[in-house]
Design a protein around this ligand. Structure first.
Ligand code: G6P
Length: 642
C-alpha cells in the first residue's frame, strides 16, 4: 500500500525495505562527535577546538566542511583531530559557516574516505552523522538503481544522497527533503547538513543521538554535547527526538518530522570551562581521579545532613514511597556503571531488604525479562546516552515498570527517558576510563538505599546516623588515599610489564575488584580479571605462579579472615600479592609483597575508598607503558550504538 503523499521513489524504497527486512549496518557504526557553527566568527578554529573537546566520543578519523565564496569544501583525515589540523595548516580557510566530525567506528576501516563529512551525489550538500541508519542498504540499493555511485562504505553518505535525491525530484525546499527522508529512515541519528546554495544555512536533526544547539549573539553552535559550546554561550537548546532545526539568515526554527512547528526551550547550561580542561594534570583521567574528594562531596551536596539525620534526593521525592514499597529492583547499566549497580545490589538488599537484580543492559533488552507491577528499574549511566541502557529503559517502560535514572550528564537522553532520577553531579568526565563518575554513582545509589531503608524502617536509627556521618567523612578519606599516590606509582613501576593481573575481593569489594581489573585492561591493555576471592579456587587459581600479580582488596571488614585465607592460597602458589589493607593492619604486611593502606570506614561505604588505589595503579601502569590513557585504543566514552 502506498503511503499518502509518498513520491514514486520513496514508494519504491519503502517496498524494497519491506521486502528485504530491516538490514542491519555492518559497514560503519559510529557514535562520534559533531560540532557545527554559523555566525560571524571564523568557523574553522571554532569547529577544530570543538572537535578536540569532543574527541573523547571517538577519535579514529576526523573531518571538516567549510563554505565561503569558493563553495563547499570538505577535508578529512584518518587519525585524531590533530592529524586533520596538520592537514589544514597553511591553508586560507576563511568561512563563517562550518561543521566537523570526529568518528569512532566499530566495523569497517577508519580511513580518510569513510570519515565525515560526506558530500551528496551532486555535491550540493555535505552531511555529518552520529548513529546508525539501519535500513541504509535498502536505500542504497534504490539509489544505485537510479545510477548513483558511492565513495565510502558508510550509511551516512547514503543518507546524504537520499536527501539530495528527494530534494532534486520533489522540487520543494531542502528542509522538506530532509523531513521526508528522515520519515523513511530506520535507526538512530544526529545529523547536520550544509547546503552549498545557502551560505547561512545549517540543518540539524536528531533521533536517539544527542544534539545540543548553542544560541549566541547572531550565531549558533550545534554539538553532540555542550562542551564545545560553553566557552561561547551558556544558552542552549536540547533538540528532542524527531525534531529538525534549521538556521537560516540568523533565524532558528524547529519543526517535527510531522511538520509541526515547535517552540524550542532555551535553557542555561551550568558548565564551567575549567571543568572541561586538564588544569595542570598530565591527563584528564588523573585530574578526574584527584577530583574525587570534591565530586563525591558534590554528589552528596544538599542531600545528606548527618546532624539532622536527613537524607533526601529531590528528584525522587515523589517516588520514595514507590521505591520503599517495591517488591524488586532491577538495575541496568553497562561497563563501569554496571559495576556501580553491583555495589548498589549489596547495599539495597542489606539496608532496605529489597531484592535486587543487576543486569547488563545489553542482555536485559534481548531476553524478554519478567517485569512485574511494583518493580523499579534503576538505569545507571555516566553519559546518559548509552544505547543499550536506553533500549533497556524503553523495554522496561513498555512493561509497566517505574524507571529511575542515575546519570551524570544533565539533560541527557536517559535523564529524559526515565520517570524520575538523581544526577550524580560529578562534573564532566572526559577520560574514557570512568573514575569519578563511578564513585559519584555509588554515592548517589547509597543515598537512595539509605532513604528507602529509613522509610521502610529496615535500618536501625543508630546505623542510619552512623552511615550518614561516615558518608560526610568520605571526601577527606579519599583525599588521604590520594596522598599515597607516590607509593602506588612505585608499585606500578614494578609491575609495568606484567602480562596478566587478577583482582580479588569479597562482598562489596567484589565489584570493586571487577572495576579495578576493567580500569587496568581498558587503559594499559594488560589482560586482567576480577573475581570474587573465594571463587578463585574454582578456576583462576590454575593461572597463579610467580609471574601472576594478584591485587587483593583485604580491608578490615566482615570477610577479612576469609580474604586472608585466599591470600595464603595465592602465596602458596608463589603469586605476587598487592593487598589493599586498612590503616593499622599489622598482619598482612608480613604476608604479602606490597600493601597499600586506606582509611577505615564502615564496610557499606568501603567501595568509595577501596577503588581509588586501583584507579591510580591502572593509571600509572598505563602511563609507564606509554599508553594514551585518555583515549585508549578501540574505546569510546559514550557508546551510542548497540
Ligand atoms: C563505555 C565507557 C565506559 C562506561 C560505559 C557505560 O564503554 O568507555 O567507561 O562505563 O560505556 O557508559 P555510561 O555512560 O552509560 O555510564
Amino acid at each position: 500500500m502506498q503511503k499518502a503523499g509518498m513520491s514514486g521513489f520513496l514508494h519504491l524504497l519503502y517496498v524494497s525495505a519491506q521486502l528485504s527486512g530491516w538490514e542491519f549496518l555492518t559497514g560503519n557504526k559510529t557514535m562520534c562527535g559533531i560540532v557545527a557553527y554559523v555566525g560571524h566568527q571564523e568557523a574553522c578554529p571554532i569547529v577544530i577546538k570543538g572537535l578536540k573537546r569532543l574527541e573523547y566520543r571517538g577519535y579514529d578519523s576526523a573531518g571538516i566542511a567549510l563554505m565561503n565564496g569558493e563553495g563547499l569544501k570538505v577535508f578529512k583525515k584518518k587519525g585524531k583531530v590533530a592529524a586533520l589540523e596538520s592537514e589544514l595548516a597553511g591553508r586560507e580557510l576563511h568561512a563563517t559557516i562550518g561543521m566537523g566530525h570526529t568518528r569512532w567506528a566499530t566495523h569497517g576501516e577508519p580511513n580518510d574516505v569513510n570519515a565525515h563529512p560526506h558530500y551528496s551525489f551532486h555535491r550540493k550538500l555535505a552531511i555529518i552523522h552520529n548513529g546508525i541508519i539501519e535500513n541504509y542498504a535498502a536505500i542504497k540499493q534504490a539509489l544505485l538503481k537510479k545510477g548513483h555511485t558511492f565513495q565510502s562504505e558508510t550509511d551516512t553518505e547514503v543518507l546524504g544522497q537520499f536527501i539530495e535525491d528527494i530534494w532534486e525530484n520533489n522540487g520543494g525546499t531542502l528542509e522538506e527533503a530532509v523531513r521526508l527522508a528522515l520519515q523513511e529512515v530506520v535507526g538512530a541519528y544526529a545529523i547536520v547538513i550544509m547546503n552549498e546554495a545557502e551560505p547561512t544555512q545549517l540543518i540539524a536533526a536528531r533521533k536517539g543521538s544527542p544534539l545540543v544547539i548553542g544560541v549566541g549573539e547572531n550565531e549558533y553552535f550545534f554539538a553532540s554535547d555542550a562542551t564545545p559550546i560553553v566557552e561561547y554561550t551558556n544558552d542552549v537548546i536540547y533538540l528532542n527526538d524527531h525534531e529538525i532545526a534549521v538556521v537560516k539568515n540568523g533565524e532558528l526554527t524547529v519543526v517535527t518530522l510531522n511538520n509541526d512547528t515547535t517552540t524550542p526551550y532555551v535553557q542555561k547550561v551550568e558548565l564551567e570551562l575549567a571543568a572541561i580542561e586538564k588544569g595542570g594534570f598530565d591527563h584528564f583521567m588523573l585530574k578526574e581521579i584527584f577530583e574525587q574528594p570534591r565530586s563525591i562531596a558534590d554528589s552528596m551536596r544538599g542531600r545528606v545532613n548527618a546532624a539532622d539525620a536527613m537524607v533526601q534526593l529531590g528528584g525522587l521525592r515523589d517516588y520514595m514511597d514507590k521505591l520503599a514499597k517495591s517488591k524488586r529492583i532491577v538495575i541496568v547499566g553497562c561497563g563501569t556503571s554496571w559495576h556501580a549497580g553491583l555495589v548498589a545490589e549489596y547495599i539495597f538488599e542489606d539496608l532496605a531488604r529489597i531484592p535486587v537484580e543487576v543486569e547488563y543492559a545489553s542482555e536485559f533488552r534481548y531476553r524478554n525479562p519478567i517485569i512485574k507491577e511494583g518493580d523499579i528499574v534503576i538505569a545507571i549511566s555516566q553519559s546518559g546516552e548509552t544505547a543499550d541502557t536506553l533500549a533497556a529503559i524503553e523495554l522496561a517502560k513498555s512493561k509497566g515498570a517505574t524507571i529511575f535514572g542515575v546519570c551524570n550528564v544533565v539533560g541527557s537522553s536517559i535523564a529524559r527517558a526515565t520517570h524520575a532520577g538523581a544526577y550524580t553531579h560529578a562534573g564532566p568526565e572526559i577520560g574514557v576510563a570512568s573514575t569519578k563518575a563511578f564513585t559519584a554513582q555509588v554515592t548517589v545509589l547509597t543515598l537512595m538505599a539509605l532513604a528507602a531503608a529509613k522509610r521502610k524502617g529496615t535500618i536501625a536509627d543508630s546505623l542510619f546516623r552512623q552511615l550518614l556521618a561516615e558518608m560526610e567523612s568520605i571526601p577527606a578519606k579519599v583525599e588521604r588515599v590520594l596522598q599515597a599516590a607516590d607509593k602506588i606509582k612505585e608499585i606500578a613501576y614494578i609491575f609495568t610489564y606484567a602480562r596478566n593481573f587478577i583482582y580479588l575481593g569479597r562482598g562489596l569489594n567484589f565489584p570493586v575488584a571487577l572495576e579495578g581489573a576493567l580500569k587496568l585492561k581498558e587503559i594499559s591493555y594488560i589482560h586482567a580479571e576480577g573475581y570474587p576471592a573465594a571463587e578463585m579456587k574454582h578456576g583462576p587459581i590454575a593461572l597463579i605462579d610467580e609471574d601472576m600479580p594478584v591485587v587483593v582488596i583485604a580491608t578490615n571488614d566482615s570477610s577479612y579472615e576469609k580474604v586472608v585465607s585466599n591470600i595464603q592460597e595465592v602465596k602458596a602458589r608463589k603469586g605476587r600479592v598487592i593487598a589493599i589493607t586498612t590503616e593499622g593492619d599489622t598482619n598482612l604486611p608480613g604476608m604479602v609483597d606490597f600493601t597499600i593502606e586506606i582509611p577505615k570506614v564502615h564496610e557499606i561505604l568501603m567501595p568509595l575508598i577501596s577503588v581509588i588505589p586501583l584507579q591510580l595503579l591502572a593509571y600509572d601502569i598505563a602511563v609507564m607503558r606509554g599508553r594514551n590513557v585518555d583515549q585508549p585504543r578501540n574505546l569510546a566514552k559514550s557508546v551510542t550504538v548497540e
